[in-house]
Write a protein that binds this ligand. Structure first.
Ligand SMILES: [Zn+2]
Length: 430
C-alpha cells in the first residue's frame, strides 16, 4: 500500500476513516524506524500499535529549529533530493526552512482542493492570490498550487497591494475569489472606499490565523462574500483539516488520511480523550519529504467525535487560539521564547521582566514591548530595540501595513497591563 489520500473522504464511514488512518500510521512508523533522527525517538515503540504513548517524545518548535540548524538533511528522507523549500514561521527568529518532496507538496495541494470543494461555494473562476509573496512563503505557494490544480484564471497579486489597486484589478478581470489572511481581508473590508469595484467578488478563502465570527460578519457585510478556510494548515505539516459549508469558523473536519492528531494536557503532556481541550500535536503520514512526528502546533484544540454540520463521518477539531507561549500578529506567530531570547542577548530576562502589548484594531496595530525599568537601563533599551528590529520575525511583522507603530518602552513592572483576571500576561491584546 502507498501513501494516497482516501478517494471517498467525504462519504467514508467512521470505520473506513479509522482503518485507513491506522494503516497509514503503521506505515509511517515502520518507515521512521529507519530514519536518522526518528529511529531514536521510536526506540521500543510497539510495531503494531496505532497510537502514541504519553511518553513518546514531542517535537517542539525549538527542537525543530535545532534539528534544521544542525543538519538540515537529517530531517529529509527524500532520496531524489528534489523538493520544495519553504519558510516555516515559528519559535526562532531565524529563517527556518523546511523541505518537502514534490509528492508531499502535491498532496498539500490536493488537500487544499478538497477544502475548496467541500466549502460548496461555486468553484472559483478567477482568483487573486493575496498571500505574502516571495520570502519562501508557504501560503503563497499553497494558493498558487491550488489555483493551478483548479485550472482557474490566476492573479499572483501578493499582500502588499492597496485596496484601490486591488479593486481595479478585481473590476477589470471580474475576479470572483480572494486568497488572503483574515487580517488582510479585515483590513481590506475596513479600508476600501471603492466597494463597487469589488462587486464581482463572491468568496474569500483564508489561512494563517483563526477567523473570528465578528470579523467574518464584518467582512461579509462590507464585501458581500462567502468566507471559508482554505484549510487548517501549517507550512510544516500541510493541511490538517478543512471546513464544510456548515462548519463554524473555528471548526474543521480532520484529514484522517494525511495526519494523526492528538490533544494533550498542556502541563502533564498526557493524551486526552476526545471532547477535552488541550494542545494540538500532529503527526504527518508520509513516505518522503520532511517527517513530523508529534509536532506541537502551539494551537489549543478539542476533537469532536461527530459534527452537526453535515453528513461527513470524519471527526472534527475545534480550535481555541494559541497556547500561552505564543500569539498571532497579522498571521505571523510570535513566540514568547523568541522575545526572551532576543532580549536576553543584551540582558538575561525572564517572563516577568517583559510584556508584549498588541493594541488597536486589525487595521491600525501598535506593537509595544514593555521592559521593566528596574531591570533595564535606557542604554540597554536602545540595544534591545535594535536587536528586535533586526530580528527576522519582527522585521516581517513590522513591515506589514496593518502595523502602524512599533516601540520599545521602559515601564515599572507594576504598571504593566493587567488582564481581566488581574494577572500580568506576557502577551496582551487591548
Ligand atoms: Zn461538516
Amino acid at each position: 500500500m502507498e501513501f494516497k489520500l482516501l478517494k471517498n473522504h467525504h462519504t467514508a464511514t467512521r470505520e473506513e476513516h479509522q482503518d485507513y488512518s491506522d494503516t497509514l500510521f503503521h506505515l509511517t512508523i515502520s518507515q521512521l524506524m529507519n530514519h536518522p533522527y526518528y529511529s531514536n525517538v521510536l526506540t521500543g515503540f510497539p510495531a503494531g500499535q496505532h497510537h502514541f504513548n504519553d511518553d513518546t517524545p514531542i517535537l517542539t518548535g525549538i527542537k525543530l529549529a535545532q534539528l534544521t540548524k544542525d543538519n538540515p538533511l537529517s530531517m529529509i528522507d527524500d532520496p531524489s533530493g528534489i523538493g520544495i523549500t519553504i519558510c516555516s514561521g515559528g519559535s526562532t527568529g531565524k529563517r527556518k526552512a523546511i523541505t518537502h518532496s514534490r509528492d508531499f507538496f502535491q498532496r498539500m495541494i490536493d488537500l487544499g482542493v478538497r477544502a475548496v470543494q467541500a466549502s460548496s461555494i461555486e468553484t472559483p473562476k478567477a482568483v487573486a492570490n493575496c498571500f505574502m509573496a516571495g520570502d519562501m512563503s508557504g501560503a503563497f505557494t499553497f494558493g498558487e498550487g491550488i489555483c493551478d490544480k483548479l485550472g482557474v484564471h490566476y492573479f499572483p497579486v501578493g499582500s502588499k497591494i492597496d485596496p484601490l489597486s486591488l479593486g481595479e484589478i478585481i473590476e477589470d478581470f471580474k475576479i470572483d475569489t480572494l486568497f488572503c489572511t483574515p487580517s488582510f481581508a479585515y483590513s481590506l473590508a475596513h479600508r476600501a472606499s471603492n466597494l463597487a469595484s469589488f462587486s464581482s467578488l463572491k468568496s474569500i478563502y483564508y489561512v494563517g490565523e483563526l477567523m473570528t465570527n465578528r470579523d467574518a460578519e464584518y467582512i461579509q457585510s462590507r464585501l458581500n462574500v462567502a468566507i471559508r478556510s482554505l484549510s487548517y494548515t501549517t507550512s510544516e505539516l500541510g493541511p490538517i483539516g478543512y471546513q464544510c459549508q456548515g462548519c463554524a469558523h473555528d471548526t474543521y473536519h480532520i484529514n484522517h488520511d494525511a495526519v494523526h492528531i492528538e490533544i494533550i494536557d498542556p502541563t502533564s503532556h498526557k493524551i486526552l480523550p476526545d471532547g477535552h481541550k488541550g494542545e494540538v500535536l500532529v503527526t504527518t503520514y508520509l513516505n518522503d519529504g520532511t517527517p513530523f512526528l508529534r509536532y506541537n502546533t502551539g494551537d489549543l484544540g478539542m476533537i469532536h467525535q461527530s459534527c452537526n454540520c453535515c453528513e461527513r463521518q470524519s471527526k472534527t477539531i475545534q480550535l481555541f487560539g494559541r497556547t500561552k507561549g505564543s500569539t498571532k500578529v497579522c498571521a505571523f506567530t510570535l513566540e514568547k521564547s523568541l522575545v526572551l531570547d532576543v532580549v536576553s542577548e543584551i540582558v538575561p530576562a525572564t517572563d516577568n521582566d517583559i510584556q508584549v502589548v498588541i493594541r488597536g484594531n486589525k487595521v491600525d496595530l501598535k506593537l509595544q514591548i514593555l521592559l521593566d525599568s528596574d531591570k533595564f537601563s535606557s542604554q540597554e533599551l536602545t540595544l534591545i530595540e535594535n536587536k528586535l528590529t533586526d530580528n527576522y520575525i519582527f522585521k516581517r511583522i513590522i513591515s506589514q501595513s496593518e502595523v502602524l507603530d512599533f516601540c520599545v518602552t521602559r515601564k515599572h513592572r507594576s504598571d504593566f497591563n493587567k488582564s481581566r483576571m488581574h494577572k500580568t500576561p506576557f502577551f496582551i491584546h487591548s
